[in-house]
Ligand binder design. Structure first.
Ligand SMILES: [Zn+2]
Ligand SMILES: [Zn+2]
Length: 397
């Protein structure tokens, strides 16, 4: 990501990542892994269960044939996981997170859904009838890892590789909200599935990234969950039960009387002149948010390192602290009036956690400066909250 930032600045003369959007994407990536603190991954657990109880044959784990077959199998299943995630509204509610950035860079790859993992495992289960879990486990990881590097605008065209592989060029189309981009290029590693099943589109007009209706927020839980609320409200709007059900299981653009996936012509027209949501916020806050983000990233890392030694209660408490921190930093980016109060409370919790050694400084030598920095942060936000309260009271008088 840092390399992309440097090379991007040299190639285009401007930063290809913004702090607000980049941090929101990395935050989403962090949140998507939080369930792994308290439970095993759904994908492997369900897979192991089917393998143990229902397998029909055992492909030899050490055969090259098994290796290549699993590579194709996982990528084929991924195509369908991904296609369903776009074509079924309740699954889209989870997957829209990945598409919610109006930028396209390597941080966008990390913008992952918290809830998608609870349904995606179903699609891989047929493989458990024959493919050993050890081989499957490797390929599901490789498939995910491969998809990191394709989230960049810096690689334009890869010649003959474009015929077979999913590349930055093809995946840019997938992230576009232009009419020609909607519901296209679902492939993971290979693009041949899209060519085969008729969902391929080549990059042509300038791609405008993000959701058809951009959410324009850095509030991380809103990014993750807003679409569920929207779907619930949409379903309540309809009287007929069939329409209520269709709201959840048909395409996100579906309306009564329209085909299953809705009519994309109804969506807002893309002119090519759209600019991503990038609010102005003071440099001092940018430095502040960066420091606190690095601190919470360290806490997150340490939590995963030591999760086996911690009680479920501690893990839940620390998870809440991380969510609160990422939410509060998002509020500061948006400069919401409530951010002072929320951040003051968070700093109180942070000081307490530091005191009781639940939090530690990344470098032991810096533990005193870190504590001083957090205490000063608390003082600043407490004063801000007081002055806000005072001005509200004055207005009321
Ligand atoms: Zn997608
Ligand atoms: Zn993507």
């Amino acid at each position: 990501m840092l390399l992309e930032l440097v090379v991007g600045a040299m190639m285009t003369g401007r930063p290809v990542v913004t702090l607000s959007d980049g941090l929101t994407s990395i935050s989403a990536g962090m949140i998507s892994r939080l369930p792994l603190l308290v439970m095993r991954g759904c994908e492997l657990s369900a897979y192991m269960y089917v393998w143990n109880h229902f397998r029909l044959l055992e492909l030899p784990w050490d055969s090259a044939w098994t290796w290549w077959l699993t590579f194709l199998g996982v990528d084929f299943c991924y195509y369908w996981v991904h296609r369903f995630a776009h074509e079924v509204a309740i699954l889209w509610a989870a997957h829209q997170v990945h598409h919610s950035s109006e930028y396209y860079n390597l941080t966008t790859a990390l913008r992952q859904s918290l809830t998608q993992q609870f349904t995606s495992w179903i699609f891989y289960l047929p493989m458990a009838l024959a493919v050993p879990p050890s081989v499957f486990a490797v390929h599901i990881q490789l498939n995910l890892l491969y998809q990191f590097w394709i989230h960049t605008e810096l690689i334009r065209d890869l010649g003959p590789l474009e015929w077979v592989f999913n590349t930055p060029k093809h995946h840019r189309v997938h992230h576009g909200r232009n009419l020609y981009c909607i519901d296209k290029n679902y492939g993971g590693i290979l693009i041949v599935w899209d060519r085969l099943f008729g969902t391929f589109a080549a990059e042509s007009d300038k791609v405008i990234y993000g959701l058809v209706f951009p959410i324009k927020t850095f509030e991380i839980l809103h990014v993750q969950l807003h679409y569920y609320v929207y779907l619930w409200k949409k379903s309540k709007f309809y009287k007929a039960l069939s329409n209520k059900v269709s709201t959840f299981i048909k395409g996100p653009s579906w309306k009564p009387g329209k085909p299953r996936l809705g009519d994309h012509v109804d969506n807002p027209k893309v002119t090519g002149k759209e600019v991503p949501h990038d609010p102005n916020w003071p440099l001092s806050f940018q430095v502040y948010v960066t420091f606190h983000f690095l601190l919470v990233l360290w806490t997150y890392h340490e939590l995963f390192e030591s999760k086996m030694m911690l009680s479920q209660l501690t893990l839940l408490g620390m998870t809440t602290y991380i969510l609160l921190t990422l939410t509060s930093l998002g509020f500061i980016i948006e400069q919401r009036p409530s951010s002072a109060f929320l951040e003051a409370i968070r700093c109180v919790i942070m000081v307490t956690l530091l005191r009781f050694n639940y939090l530690r400084s990344p470098i032991p030598l810096l533990s005193v400066p870190t504590e001083a920095f957090v205490s000063l942060s608390l003082l600043y936000w407490a004063l801000q909250s007081f002055s806000q309260l005072f001005s509200i009271k004055k207005k009321a008088d």
